[in-house]
Design a binder for this molecule. Structure first.
Ligand code: GLY
Length: 392
């Protein structure tokens, strides 16, 4: 079978992202080639949301390729993303008898990929990990670039992704057949990260690489994308992975001094978004049964806030806000939400964000369509304007 392949060309750590329906079928043979003849064991961390048939086939194929596989299941949630879960998996690795030539394989969404990646980064100071993302969000963002880690709760507050490591995968396999089992809400949430990429794409180091067309392409193809037509989705994943790969290649470790903003640009919508994501009782539809917000919904609202804040500072004009809102509405993502607490308490939560550097809150704000910049000293009135814009 032929798949789309995107290269993540990092010095000494280059790897491929293979994209397409059925891509998992070739993973066991690929793993044997990549890991070499001495590799014997695989710790397979699977998301309970992935249909059993994919995992069962993979375990059988791995057996055929000479691997002993132990499967550990995780039901994803922010509350399972803890050091205790990592420790439990590390104990499994020890009882399986894993050595440094053996590997972790993650099959699941972002939570599972982050936990399994951190287990691989820490076990015996680092073993290979192969990421097999199962959600659109993890295919286009979380599985590529080597960020791994877990949350910490301190004083009753959840500090997201506060502990972790950069640990690049040896291979990423994005089998888009796995997306068939996602519900409509999970699909919309994945599309929020694609909109994020489209809104920042002009800011990547090389503007001649075609990524700056991502916004135009998405706007043209949005009906096919929202309908989740397989051809459109494979192309969407490939274009987004190519964008993410080019950002990571330009700034692997999210340096504060990266040229053109680097990896930090990928946090567009996330500083506002993280501050509201963990608030209890917020519903994307207004129906309490839909609370709390999912990550993609919080990012959609966060991008609306960031655009409104930028407009209030005179950084961008109204057309940016209009295009963003139109895309989100067509996808079915929220642009306003009821029940937000007062501005001061949300701003205080934003300051908890680990992207607050030396006390200054760093925001990724648009200057135009597809162009974002990092602003460290946004006035409080602009944060207020951003939050007022999403108050339903
Ligand atoms: N999801 C943001 C990053 O990978 O840097």
């Amino acid at each position: 079978m032929s798949f789309r392949v995107v290269d993540v060309d990092l010095p000494d750590r280059a790897y491929e992202v293979r994209i397409g329906r059925g891509a998992l079928d070739e993973l066991a043979e690929e793993a044997r080639v990549l890991l070499g003849p001495k590799a014997r064991r695989v710790l397979l961390v699977r998301d309970t949301g992935v249909p059993d048939r994919f995992v069962d086939t993979l375990v059988k194929d791995l057996g055929g390729a000479g691997f002993e596989t132990r499967v550990c299941a995780i039901t994803p949630s922010e509350s399972i993303k803890t050091m205790a879960t990592v420790e439990a998996l590390l104990r499994e690795a020890i009882t399986l008898g894993m050595t440094r030539v053996d590997a972790v394989i993650a099959v699941g969404g972002g939570v599972v990929g982050d936990i399994a990646g951190f287990v691989a980064a820490s076990y015996q100071r680092g073993v290979p990990v192969i990421q097999c993302p199962s959600t659109l969000l993890s295919m286009v963002d979380a599985s590529v670039g080597g960020k791994t880690g877990v949350n910490l709760e301190v004083g009753g507050e959840l500090y997201k992704n506060m502990v972790g490591a950069f640990h690049q995968p040896r291979l990423v396999v994005a089998d888009t057949e796995l997306l068939d089992s996602l519900d409509a809400r999970q699909r919309r949430c994945g599309l929020a990260e694609c909109v994020k990429h489209a809104m920042i794409c002009g800011g990547v180091p090389d503007e001649d690489d075609g990524h700056s067309e991502l916004l135009g392409w998405m706007l043209r193809e949005l009906d096919r994308i929202v309908a989740f037509e397989p051809g459109a989705i494979d192309e969407l994943v490939a274009r987004n992975v190519a964008l993410k790969a080019s950002v990571v290649m330009g700034d692997e470790r999210e340096s504060p001094d990266a040229k053109s903003g680097g990896r930090m640009l990928l946090n567009f919508g996330h500083t506002f978004g993280h501050a509201i994501e963990t608030l209890e009782g917020l519903s994307p539809s207004g129906d309490p049964a839909d609370a709390p917000l999912h990550h993609g919904e919080a990012v959609a609202l966060g991008m609306c806030s960031a655009c409104a804040a930028a407009e209030s500072m005179g950084l961008c004009d109204e057309s940016v806000v209009t295009v963003l809102r139109e895309m989100l509405v067509r996808i079915g993502l929220p642009t306003v939400v009821g029940g937000l607490p007062g501005v001061d308490s949300i701003v205080a939560r934003m300051s908890h964000d680990k992207k607050a550097a030396g006390g200054a809150l760093r925001l990724i704000l648009p200057e135009g369509l597809g162009r974002c910049v990092i602003i460290s000293d946004a006035p409080k009135e602009s944060l207020e304007a951003g939050l007022v814009a999403i108050r339903g």
